[in-house]
Ligand binder design. Structure first.
Ligand SMILES: [Zn+2]
Length: 336
């Protein structure tokens, strides 16, 4: 069940921007944040089935979609949005990495649309997707029934954090419980190595293969003229990342490199849009987890003691706190 809680969920915290005219239907699975003319961040909502964030960039001739969500229906909302905004035709879809919540909407795009990723990401999808979907068939309905009943019987304040967590989990597991019926994995067909340009008359668009970080292979999309980076899961903003498939040294050196780029705006894989400081915050989180793990080893504490370790004060208000314990365990297993 390695993939059971992969990259789970995520959330908004920013109001929808008024990119649509009054009377036009807003997407139900994500909020749309305008970052520039033809540049949009699509941020998952508490009850959304997008689960991760995505990006839309029009280069003047082609529209590029960065990550396709967990749910094919949410991906269809991306396609409808591009049409309502009268952007250039969608010609390229990019998968930042192999996790289910970033790739399952690939099937919603027409066959002429190229799906880009690194070669390794495509290999990992080919290897892991059938295994993940078979496992989701078993645990998805069980988890969905659990969170659905929690929501149904909830009597507290519906603005409370606890309730938002129930809603997010319910949406995630509802989608997973159906995956086996309708997902037709569409593996990327065009491979990116190092840097790949999709420049157009309106702007430069660069895909950069960053190597091993959050997974064995991570890709970002960078708009050098506007200083916007779509970071995939190399950056989780105001929420605990999932470290379990990561290469922590590789991840930290990628973040150090990214912090030196001309970046003003970071669209994370999960959480609200941030500034360049969100890159340093992610590195600081990984450093903190490693320090905690090394200290535990040094003090002769056992792995099972990790469940009593409190979340450090500076990450107390971050979402997806369920990842914290597993993250410390992962670093503990690797600590000298
Ligand atoms: Zn991920």
């Amino acid at each position: 069940m390695k993939h059971a809680f992969l990259c789970l969920l995520f959330l908004p915290l920013m109001a929808s921007s008024p990119v649509l005219k009054q009377g036009e239907m807003s997407p139900v699975n994500f909020d749309v944040i305008t970052l520039g003319d033809g540049i949009y961040a699509c941020i998952n909502t508490f009850e959304g089935k997008a689960i991760c964030n995505a990006g839309i960039v029009d280069n003047g001739e082609s529209t590029i979609i960065f990550d396709t969500f967990l749910s094919p229906e949410a991906a269809e909302e991306l396609i409808q949005l591009v049409s309502r905004l009268k952007l250039s035709p969608i010609r390229f879809v990019v998968n930042s990495h192999c996790h289910n919540d970033h790739v399952r909407g690939n099937q919603s795009f027409s066959p002429e649309v190229k799906i880009l990723s690194t070669r390794r990401t495509a290999e990992l999808m080919e290897r892991d997707e059938p295994i993940s979907i078979a496992a989701e068939k078993i645990y998805g309905p069980v988890q969905y029934a659990y969170f659905d009943s929690l929501r149904g019987t909830y009597k507290g304040d519906t603005t409370a954090r606890e309730y938002q967590i129930i809603k997010m989990n319910r949406a995630y597991f509802e989608e997973l419980s159906k995956s086996h019926e309708r997902i037709r994995s569409r593996i990327p067909d065009t491979f990116v190595a190092k840097e790949h340009s999709i420049d157009g008359s309106r702007r430069r668009v660069r895909l950069q293969d960053k190597g091993k970080g959050h997974t064995e292979s991570d890709l970002i999309m960078y708009l050098p003229d506007e200083g916007v980076v779509f970071a995939g899961d190399l950056v989780f903003h105001k929420c605990h990342p999932y470290l379990g498939d990561g290469d922590l040294d590789g991840w930290k050196s990628i973040l150090s490199e990214m912090a030196l780029m001309n970046v003003k705006t970071v669209v994370p894989g999960h959480g609200p849009v941030g500034g360049i400081e969100s890159i340093a915050e992610m590195k600081s989180y990984i450093d903190s987890i490693e320090v905690i793990a090394r200290q535990l080893k040094h003090d002769g504490r056992r792995r099972q003691d990790i469940k009593t370790v409190p979340i450090p004060e500076k990450f107390k208000d971050w979402w997806m706190e369920d990842f914290f314990q597993g993250n410390v365990e992962f670093a503990y297993d690797k600590a000298e």
